[in-house]
Design a protein around this ligand. Structure first.
Ligand SMILES: [Zn+2]
Length: 222
């Protein structure tokens, strides 16, 4: 499998590794990890660093009873059992082709979900995660479909699950995770051959910027 070219930034991976990322964003990152050995290594290293920092914290003073019990064990030459290695977080891909972290949020294969049209050539399944204005959803774009030009009031995370899309900055394929903010003004176009299915999380509504499309699409639910 070709490895993804687009990854979450180090800060997002750090938040993921220490468990502080909100559930919708954590779902996107966990799903990206199923495609991306590079990010899996980063997360494993960050978790190892976090574990080492915790171990370096000053220990609680031992009670006299505990101390003498420990000394007795040392006298007997016994060594404490090594702590079991922490399992690496490596989610698997299930047989239906949906990465396992996402699969646990779905009740059917992608093709059998209740897709709702939201714009020309575009459908969505809302995952019902997070609290408004945060939205987590699957987006399905027909081959060649054009998303109206827009920017972002907050952050958007978009992970390609099938097919691909492109904008003026590049092309995005299976496993690519694109993080956009208000510095990005773009007009994504789905692949002509296959269209595109994405896992999409936004923390604010998109802001349309494309002339007459702005007035047309303002009425769409984004
Ligand atoms: Zn990655």
């Amino acid at each position: 499998m070709i490895e993804p070219k687009y990854h979450p930034g180090e800060e997002i991976l750090l938040d993921y590794a220490d468990g502080s990322l909100a559930e919708p964003a954590a779902l996107v990152v966990a799903t990206h990890l199923t495609f991306c050995p590079w990010c899996r290594r980063q997360v494993a290293e960050l978790e190892a660093i976090g574990g080492a920092l915790l171990e370096d914290e000053a220990p609680e003073p031992l009670s006299p009873e505990c101390l003498s019990a420990m000394m007795a064990r040392l006298d007997q030459g016994s060594c404490p059992e090594p702590e079991a290695a922490r399992p690496l977080r490596l989610p698997s891909i299930d047989l239906l082709g949906v990465p396992q972290p996402l699969r646990s949020y779905l009740d059917a294969p992608l093709s059998a979900l209740d897709w709702r049209p939201v714009a020309r050539g575009m459908e969505e399944v809302d995952l019902g995660l997070g609290r408004a204005p945060v939205r987590a959803r699957l987006l399905r774009l027909r081959a060649g479909a054009v998303v109206p030009r827009h920017t972002h009031c907050g952050l958007e995370m978009n992970l390609v699950l099938a097919g691909g899309y492109h904008d003026q900055r590049g092309s995005y394929r299976l496993g690519d995770l694109v993080v956009d903010d208000d510095s990005v003004d773009h007009r994504p176009v789905a692949e002509r051959g296959n269209g595109c299915v994405c896992l999409n999380v936004t923390d604010a509504p998109l802001q349309m910027t494309g002339g007459i499309r702005r007035f047309i699409t303002q009425r769409l639910r984004w």
